[in-house]
Ligand binder design. Structure first.
Ligand SMILES: Cc1cc2nc3c(=O)[nH]c(=O)nc-3n(C[C@H](O)[C@H](O)[C@H](O)COP(=O)(O)OP(=O)(O)OC[C@H]3O[C@@H](n4cnc5c(N)ncnc54)[C@H](O)[C@@H]3O)c2cc1C
Length: 418
């Protein structure tokens, strides 16, 4: 019997498998895909992720130090950081590189097999895979890393993530786009954003996040990009997939740990989850490795994994989710005001000096909200901050008494756009 079966060979599953196999444990990874890592994703990772989980430089399309923010009511702001903040990478090859390392450490990979059922008993975990569950596998423990919306999480009594958004993306042809572009506004992606990210020469990924009608909105966005002469055609048709915005309440039970998108370990502002999945996969491997060595796979022993990932990520996920929900309540005029204030001369240089993290948004949000130039924004947001603070552990920063922002309606909702 294996020590561990890992379901899912994405960033989370591969990082867990690598950590576990490196401890000399018997690990099997099962994935329904035949091509590891070939999941809908833009492949942007922050510089900190590149340092902690190195990538073959040949897999980096380009480093992104600048971004063009296309504003809701027209015009654009170009933001340039003193050093590259992120890299646009070949996501499939990057994720596969961790599977190769795990295999070199002794992990066995079974591809093209969908796990359809999981059951925990007193001495182990049984999994059934294949169209009608004709293959069965047994191990002492399970790492569930099956990505967004896995029914296995519900089957195991751990529920599903409480909030999510839909990501839609297509590969487009272009010879005209050199910066990462982020487009904002109710027309394009209400409450979220759309993007054009150059990748290989002559190609880019165009996508957006939306709670509703993501495919229709992406079609309209692509149409607009064509009309503007930014892109020339669609190379690979649009596809959609879910992105969690809140984590599971419980990411462990006896013999089982849940990691990555299945657990909801994703940055709620951008929907980026590769880095958090890799880190959580590592944490799962070290907790589970120690539990296997001590032959204590009880829920209370494995709860240490949740303590550890929450110590690392929970505040970040909480602040990010609060900021996200507030942003969703703003109208285009307010979004424009917020961004112009945030990227105005004073705040911009302070941010640049203090360092902007692609991966730790809570710090950036706190620094922005504490900046004197944004006191008007604080007044704009104050009713929402107070409401959200009451619902979560988020502590709104202190405000000054200037007032320059577009006003919110009586109930704290944005006033209708003029
Ligand atoms: C449009 C879009 C763009 C994105 N862009 C970025 C980005 O630029 N940067 C970033 O950091 N994040 C991005 N993300 C999020 C990122 O892709 C995920 O957070 C990340 O892949 C999560 O890793 P994971 O290992 O948890 O899950 P996944 O990468 O989804 O891997 C899960 C694996 O489990 C397998 N699986 C599922 N169910 C079963 C089953 N029953 N049996 C066997 N195998 C199974 C799947 O085949 C898959 O290979 C994006 C997401 C979307 C939708």
């Amino acid at each position: 019997m294996d020590d561990v079966i890992v379901v899912g060979a994405g960033p989370a599953g591969n990082a867990a498998a690598l950590g576990l196999a490196s401890q000399g444990l018997a690990v099997t990874v099962i994935d329904s895909r035949r091509v590891i890592g070939d999941k809908l994703c833009t492949g942007i990772i922050g510089s900190e992720c590149v340092r902690r989980f190195p990538i073959d430089p040949a897999l980096i399309y380009h480093q992104a130090g600048a971004a063009l923010l296309v504003m809701p009511q027209g015009g654009a702001l170009r933001f340039e950081a003193p050093a590259p903040l992120a890299s646009v990478v070949d996501r499939v090859a990057y994720v596969d590189s961790f599977a190769r390392q795990a295999q070199a450490a002794g992990a066995r990979y079974i591809l093209g097999q969908r796990v359809v059922q999981a059951q925990v008993d007193a001495s182990g975990v049984t999994l059934w895979a294949g169209n009608s569950g004709e293959e069965s596998y047994r191990a002492r423990s399970l790492v569930l890393a099956a990505g967004f919306g896995s029914p296995l999480s519900r089957q195991l009594g751990l529920g599903s993530v409480p909030d999510h958004v839909v990501g839609a993306q297509a590969t487009v042809s272009t010879d005209n786009i050199h910066d990462v572009e982020v487009h904002l506004g109710q027309q394009v992606a209400p409450g979220f954003f759309s993007w054009v990210v150059p990748t290989r020469p002559g190609q880019a990924l165009a996508g957006l996040l939306a709670r509703r009608q993501a495919p229709e909105r992406l079609d309209a966005f692509i149409q607009t990009l064509r009309q503007q002469g930014k892109i020339t055609g669609v190379v690979q048709a649009p596809a959609c997939w879910g992105i969690p915005l809140r984590p599971l309440k419980r990411t462990y039970r006896d013999r089982v740990l849940v990691v990555g998108d299945t657990a909801g370990q994703v940055k709620p502002i951008t929907g980026g989850g590769i880095y958090y999945s890799l880190m959580s996969g590592e944490l799962a491997a070290s907790t589970l490795g120690a539990a296997l060595a001590g032959d204590d796979l009880s829920a209370s022993r494995l709860s240490q994994y949740q303590d550890r990932w929450q110590a690392l990520l929970a505040a970040e996920l909480d602040v990010g989710y609060c900021a996200r929900r507030m942003y969703e309540l703003l109208n285009d005029q307010q979004v424009g005001f917020l961004l112009r204030s945030a990227l105005g001369a004073g705040a911009r240089s302070q941010l640049a000096e203090g360092g902007i993290s692609f991966d730790w948004h809570g710090r950036v949000i706190s620094r922005l909200l504490g900046h004197p130039a944004l006191s008007g924004v604080m007044h704009l947001l104050s009713p929402l901050l107070c409401r959200l603070a009451a619902q979560t552990s988020f502590q709104p920063p202190a405000m000054s008494d200037q007032e320059t922002a577009p006003s919110l309606g009586a109930a704290g909702h944005p006033s209708a756009e003029s």
